[in-house]
Design a protein around this ligand. Structure first.
Ligand code: CDP
Ligand code: CDP
Length: 219
């Protein structure tokens, strides 16, 4: 299925990847892979089972046996709708820690490839263009300043009814950037052939239009 087009959108936390990827997928009627959700689901599942977070093998087993499904904008673990539960910061932080473990990444590899189905896929994450879909037709690296990203995450959490503290968010965001870019396996970095899009001063809609223009140029 390597002929099925993929648009890979990678970037740091709160750069707008998820929002932009979902809108691009909608515009093209493509499937969507929120790869971060898979790491978050693994984290949530491990937290609930009280899995030893230093046991790489046990965490990989949790990833391998993830019983998850995506229905519209909702995410399920078994029968339970965990759309909200996977978005809390504790789960995000745990996800970012276990995502540094090679066995966990390996366990989620095949699952991600299965999302590549006709007519096409928009995939967002950290290593979509570099590791999972190196043959993607278009690779975008979406960034924004730390300040812009912290403010976006703040508004997003408050909007969803969570409490949030700007200083904690900034610290978390920088810690996550550090872990994502410095880990040995699949570190966050633009693919050599990625288009860099700095969205600090543009709206999500403008970012969507730019991605669609680049994709049209590739046709
Ligand atoms: O929303 P945010 O960008 O903070 O995170 P996410 O995309 O939901 O992903 C949660 C965590 O999973 C990130 O902090 C990454 O460390 C990790 N991740 C990854 O390593 N590789 C991916 N392809 C996607 C996410
Ligand atoms: O997936 P990722 O963590 O990269 O970010 P997100 O959850 O898609 O986006 C974070 C928030 O920033 C969302 O509430 C977006 O509406 C907002 N936003 C954006 O995505 N892009 C902009 N250019 C401006 C704001």
């Amino acid at each position: 299925n390597s002929n099925i087009p993929v648009i890979a959108i990678d970037g740091p936390t709160a750069s707008g990847k998820g929002t932009v990827a979902a809108k691009v997928a909608e515009r093209l009627s493509f499937h969507l892979l929120d790869s971060g959700a898979l790491y978050r689901l693994t984290a949530l599942s491990a937290l609930r089972r009280a899995t030893d977070m230093s046991d790489e093998h046990a965490l990989a087993k949790v990833a391998e046996h993830l019983n998850c499904s995506f229905v519209g904008h909702d995410v399920f673990l078994g029968q339970e709708n965990v759309t909200q539960a996977i978005r809390v910061e504790e789960v995000g932080n745990t996800a970012s820690k276990i995502a540094a473990l090679p066995a966990v990444r390996q366990a989620l590899f095949g699952l991600q490839l299965r999302f590549r189905t006709a007519p096409g896929l928009v995939a967002d994450g950290r290593d979509m263009g570099t590791v999972i879909f190196p043959t993607a037709k278009l690779k975008v690296f979406l960034t924004a300043s730390v300040a812009a990203r912290a403010e976006r995450r703040y508004k997003q959490l408050i909007g969803k009814g969570f409490s949030a503290n700007m200083d904690d968010l900034l610290a978390d965001l920088q810690a996550r950037d550090e872990r994502d870019t410095k880990r040995a396996v699949a570190p966050l970095a633009p693919a050599a052939d990625a288009y860099i899009l700095d969205s600090s001063n543009i709206t999500a809609e403008e970012a969507v239009e730019q991605v669609l223009r680049w994709y049209a140029e590739k046709q």
